[in-house]
Design a protein around this ligand. Structure first.
Ligand code: LFR
Length: 465
């Protein structure tokens, strides 16, 4: 009997439950449920509605059952770095504060006064972003030490959702690396860093690897859903799952395009050389002990926010079409600048930046959109040349994966600006990578190489030259 696995993939703007099945050497996907996700204000912080998200997962599982499908396994991936803390009764001690919350303003500098930046980088291989878990925990320690004192369990967002499904606690490796508290070489919690920060080592859980089975559903959920299934850990960091589904890595730079743009290459070892630190590249842990050497670029978040600031009056396609009407407009912004992480108003922030840098100020929606797309393309070009500088070689292809790979305008622009062949797809890269981990664990796919061959045969990839 053909086995169905369920991937739960939740990004910063939407979540989906996607069913995967294998037939005649191809992977088939069926979207079961899709829902919105957004940042909400709670107790003076920007937070995720974690209970609402778990509820949507339950709705999706029930939809499966109503369609007569009982998946054999499920796995959840989300964005990285965010976490919750539980008390000794396993109750939530914290809200699921979102990484764009300003609680970490200035904290990275305080932590890097305690540690040499070079040392932190050499041990963890992780980029310096003010929202990393290490800075969120340190902010909590400074501002709410009593909360940290009571904390018995540290779980990242997918770990917590997996805990709600199974009652089992673990920290999944790929996502845990984004805390900047995992030693890149031992692949374990770095006790020295944790203790020096004055954090309680005991709240960190056992590290489990993708493809490990966490458990089965809690009894009450089995009753509620009408069936049981295994919970198999995927790469719970969405970018980790996404990169698994790049069909061809040879001579290729991948660009995982969604709320963030993650641009880089896959490696067998972390690269912690000074140049990589200066360019602020990260080495995030991947499935099968691979490392994602990549850079975060502000991504489609900028256009999502622009759209929101226009009260959703234009669709993304309309904004792209409008931008084409202003070929003469050439002002650009630095997409690495943290001022674009969570400005009060993205349109105003872009205008302010242009004015401060003596460029023409974008007026119309088309000019704003053109400024965003051009700036992203320039950001990608810069990252590509940094990668080529570090590897001392040229790459001829860029493979854009994820939802953003559907943006034809941006794909063409990337090809024009970088002068490389651009391949676009698969669109559902993250869910595919999530499913692949489950199918390998179940013995339905041999290994990741085999999986990449299956992906190549199963999904359309468009070429732009
Ligand atoms: C993408 C992503 C990035 C991570 C950012 C914040 O969704 O997971 O990889 O740097 O979100 O968690």
């Amino acid at each position: 009997m053909e086995k169905n696995c369920l991937a739960v993939d939740i990004g910063a703007s939407s979540g989906r439950l996607i069913l995967g099945s294998l037939k005649n050497g191809k992977l088939n996907l069926e979207e079961i449920h899709r829902f919105e996700n957004c940042i909400v204000e709670k107790n003076g912080h920007f937070c995720w509605d974690i209970d609402g998200l778990f509820n949507e997962i339950k709705v999706g599982i029930k939809k499966c059952y109503r369609k007569g499908i009982k998946p054999v396994s499920i796995g959840i991936d989300t964005w990285a770095v965010d976490f919750v803390l539980l008390d000794d009764n396993d109750q939530l001690l914290t809200d699921a504060v979102a990484y764009r919350d300003p609680r970490t303003d200035g904290i990275m500098e305080e932590v890097t006064d305690l540690f040499l930046k070079e040392r932190l980088y050499l041990e963890t291989g992780i980029q310096f972003q003010k929202f990393n878990t290490i800075y969120q925990l340190y902010a909590l320690k400074k501002k709410n030490p009593e909360v940290l004192k009571k904390a018995k369990t540290f779980l990242m967002i997918p770990d917590y959702l997996h805990y709600l499904l199974t009652g089992k606690k673990a920290n999944e490796y790929t996502n845990a690396t984004t805390t900047q508290l995992i030693n890149a070489f031992t692949r374990k919690w770095d006790k020295e860093i944790i203790c020096k920060l004055g954090l309680n080592m005991d709240m960190f859980q056992e590290i489990k690897m993708p493809k490990q089975t966490l458990g089965t559903l809690r009894e009450e959920l089995v009753e509620e859903f009408g069936f049981d299934m295994e919970v198999i850990l995927p790469a719970t960091h969405d970018t980790g799952s996404a990169v698994i589904s790049v069909p061809e890595l040879e001579d290729t730079i991948y660009l995982s395009s969604g709320t963030w743009s993650l641009i880089g290459v896959e490696n067998h070892f972390p690269i912690c050389v000074t140049k990589a630190l200066d360019y602020n590249f990260t080495n995030e842990g991947g499935m099968d002990f691979q490392f994602r050497f990549l850079k975060n670029i502000m991504g489609l978040w900028m256009i999502q926010e622009v759209r929101r600031n226009y009260n959703n009056g234009y669709s993304f396609v309309e904004l792209a079409d409008l931008s084409r009407q202003h070929p003469e407009f050439v002002s650009t912004v630095n997409v690495d600048d943290p001022r674009f992480l969570k400005p009060d108003n993205m349109i105003e922030e872009i205008r302010k930046y242009c004015s401060e840098t003596n460029q023409r100020i974008p007026e119309h929606p088309g000019e704003i959109a053109k400024c965003v797309f051009d700036s992203l393309a320039i950001g990608y070009k810069k990252a590509v040349s940094e990668i080529e500088d570090i590897f001392e070689k040229e790459f001829s292809k860029i493979n854009v994966i994820g939802g953003g790979s559907q943006n034809e305008l941006l794909n063409r622009l990337i090809s024009d600006v970088t002068k490389k062949e651009v391949y676009a797809g698969p669109v559902e890269a993250t869910a595919i990578g999530n499913l692949v981990a489950q199918f390998i664990a179940l013995g339905e796919i041999e290994d990741i190489n085999n999986a990449r061959r299956i992906i190549k045969h199963s999904f359309e990839v468009k070429k732009y030259v």
